[in-house]
Design a protein around this ligand. Structure first.
Ligand SMILES: Cc1cc2nc3c(=O)[nH]c(=O)nc-3n(C[C@H](O)[C@H](O)[C@H](O)COP(=O)(O)O)c2cc1C
Length: 180
């Protein structure tokens, strides 16, 4: 099983958490890490190249920091451009069918804030529903997202432990059950 991690961080050089996660998972055999912002500094996406990468892997991880309860904008642009009719969807568009899709999301807010009585009021799984709906249409198996909260408070030690947990989960993830 071949895994590819698409990292969407607008500036990986100033990232602490996403950089550490990507570096750790990149050490694994059969894992490719692709830094999308860095691949396209002018945000002009090579659609065919991205589709080729997707076709060559079985498990697709989209890793990003939460920005205003959504993804950084290049991920949206990337989805808009690469998920073409006849390739990702439509009666002849089955290239991603049966592949696995895992979101790995880092958040500054605490886990409690993503509860009905917390400041955000919605869980991260709820906020990520557009990705899950997209997954349903393109025929990927949507895995339970890997989520990290309050990442600004992680010590170096906690961060390296967390990066190891990310790798463990990413190599053995669970299917999402739409519970919350
Ligand atoms: C423009 C911007 C928007 C953000 N929006 C959110 C948000 O909506 N919710 C949240 O929990 N954290 C938010 N954050 C915090 C980031 O998610 C956090 O800094 C990031 O996950 C840390 O990862 P990094 O070290 O790889 O940059 C935001 C940060 C920035 C810069």
């Amino acid at each position: 099983l071949k895994t590819i991690v698409f990292v969407f961080h607008p500036d990986i050089t100033i990232s602490r958490v996403n950089k550490a996660l990507a570096k750790e998972i990149g050490k694994q055999e059969n894992v490719t890490v692709h830094y999308v912002y860095e691949a396209y500094p002018n945000e002009k996406i090579d659609v065919r190249a991205e589709q080729n990468l997707l076709e060559a892997h079985d498990r697709i991880i989209l890793q990003f920091p939460l920005y205003w309860y959504s993804s950084p904008p290049l991920l949206k642009k990337w989805l808009d451009e690469i998920l073409t009719h006849g390739w990702a969807y439509g009666s002849k568009g089955k290239k991603l069918h049966k592949k696995e899709l895992l979101l790995a999301v880092t958040a500054g807010d605490s886990k409690e804030s993503f509860t009905p009585n917390g400041s955000v009021k919605f869980s991260l799984n709820e906020l990520l529903r557009p990705f899950q709906a997209t997954s349903n249409i393109i025929g990927t198996s949507y895995l339970e997202p890997f989520t990290l909260y309050k990442v600004g408070h992680l010590t170096d030690e906690e961060l390296s432990e967390t990066a190891k947990q990310y790798v463990t989960y990413a190599l053995n993830p669970k299917l999402e059950k739409l519970a919350d």
